[in-house]
Write a protein that binds this ligand. Structure first.
Ligand SMILES: Cc1cc2nc3c(=O)[nH]c(=O)nc-3n(C[C@H](O)[C@H](O)[C@H](O)COP(=O)(O)OP(=O)(O)OC[C@H]3O[C@@H](n4cnc5c(N)ncnc54)[C@H](O)[C@@H]3O)c2cc1C
Length: 360
């Protein structure tokens, strides 16, 4: 039996952030089923630092995105993590989209997220490969090296004395108060006893909560996002983020550069948890969806990229479109941590730190 004050399940951005922000005088162990940190949602995403423009007023997504984005820029600056505050264009291509763009602008004014209105002439000069009637420019958006971010969080946690155990899978709770948990660690079954149990297991977190809380009310349904990498389309490295106006089921297939300027096109929204797909069939779907703003894009520019899974939270069968951060006694869970979870991760970890302080 291994004893600790805090046991964290899941070594993605959220688990690593929590590990760093629980009170330093508490002993802590993080278990992760993969052979290293951040092998799932935290490494299969757009690496965008979002400014917080899409989510409802006072939602956890809005609050943690706005605070987390500032924290993340500071963290990147302070720890030599490559990042670029390149800004983002949201563009309209039709009258109907102009109306939706105006709604987005009003929402951002209300949320006090800075932006500039951009006319078509300016857009033509700045992003000539895009067809658009007008747009909004959000200067606080950016991109960053998420792997280096997670690596730095891991290093800092170790320096503070945290234990990270990879190839260690949460199996079940054997006892409560203190929590006694069965863990499959590199082929062996062990038990860990903890005063506080934190579930940041990403897509698996709902299942774990049902087991721990002996309920069946939580469910994650998966909506995958697929990306193509663009080859030989741009003469110069892509320098900024370009998004269409948001759609009912997501942000719309967008263009994001990585730090080298290589452009990714995606993600789409497809209700499936399959990590493979018929990339060739998908090319025409992407071309159709993006031709309104990328008229010169051709099949030969699209190279299969990668797939990430969004855990969409349902509680008692009802969609819960926000993050859910709850404490049930000495058990804490973070559910529905889809986008902007990476941007929000430092803020969510700080929130967990405050909750733990109160419990202790
Ligand atoms: C397509 C896509 C694009 C996105 N783009 C962005 C973006 O541009 N900007 C942004 O801010 N956010 C973005 N996000 C959201 C962001 O990636 C996630 O919100 C964030 O990475 C979630 O981190 P996490 O730690 O909760 O989950 P994960 O990274 O999935 O980590 C959970 C960990 O728990 C582990 N685990 C699960 N079960 C167990 C178990 N039983 N025992 C031990 N370990 C277990 C898993 O192996 C995993 O490593 C995007 C997400 C997707 C899917």
């Amino acid at each position: 039996m291994i004893d600790t004050d805090i046991l964290i399940v899941g070594g993605g951005a959220i688990g690593l952030s929590c590990l760093n922000q629980v009170p330093p005088y508490l002993s802590r162990i993080l278990i992760e089923r993969n052979s290293s940190f951040g092998q799932e949602a935290s490494s299969r995403n757009s690496e965008v630092i979002h400014s917080g423009i899409y989510y409802p007023h006072q939602s956890l997504k809005t609050e943690h995105c706005k605070v987390g984005r500032n924290e993340l820029y500071r963290f990147c600056q302070g720890n030599q993590i490559p990042h670029r505050q390149c800004g983002k264009y949201v563009i309209a291509t039709t009258e109907n989209e102009e109306e939706r763009l105006a709604e987005l602008a009003s929402h951002c004014e209300y949320e006090i997220v800075p932006f500039q209105r951009i006319g078509s002439d300016w857009l033509k000069r700045k992003i000539p490969f895009i067809k658009a009637t007008s747009g909004l420019f959000f200067p606080l958006s950016g991109v960053f090296d998420s792997h280096r971010y997670l690596q730095t969080l891991e290093k800092k946690a170790k320096e503070k004395g945290a234990v990270l155990s990879y190839r260690s899978e949460f199996i079940k709770v054997l006892d409560r108060d203190p929590w006694t948990v069965e863990v499959r660690e590199r082929g062996q079954t062990i038990q860990i006893r903890a005063k506080i149990l934190i579930n940041s297991a990403g897509g698996e977190a709902a299942k774990i909560s049902n087991q721990v809380l002996t309920t069946d009310i939580y469910e994650h349904r998966f909506c995958r996002g697929r990306y193509f990498i663009l080859k030989s389309f741009f003469q110069e490295p892509l320098q900024c983020l370009v998004y269409p106006v948001p759609e009912a089921d997501g942000l719309g297939i967008h263009l994001t550069p990585d730090l080298k300027g290589t452009a990714r096109l995606g993600p789409d929204s497809d209700w499936s948890s399959e990590l493979d797909c018929h990339w060739d069939d998908l090319k025409s779907v992407f071309l159709n969806k993006t031709k309104k703003y990328l008229p010169d894009l051709k099949v030969q520019h699209l190279q299969p990229g990668f797939i990430g899974l969004r855990p969409k939270l349902f509680v008692r069968g009802q969609a819960h479109p926000d993050f859910l951060v709850e404490a049930h006694g000495k058990y804490l869970h973070l559910l529905g941590i889809e986008s902007p979870g990476l941007t929000a991760s430092l803020s969510l970890g700080a929130e967990v730190g405050r909750i733990v302080e109160k419990i202790i």
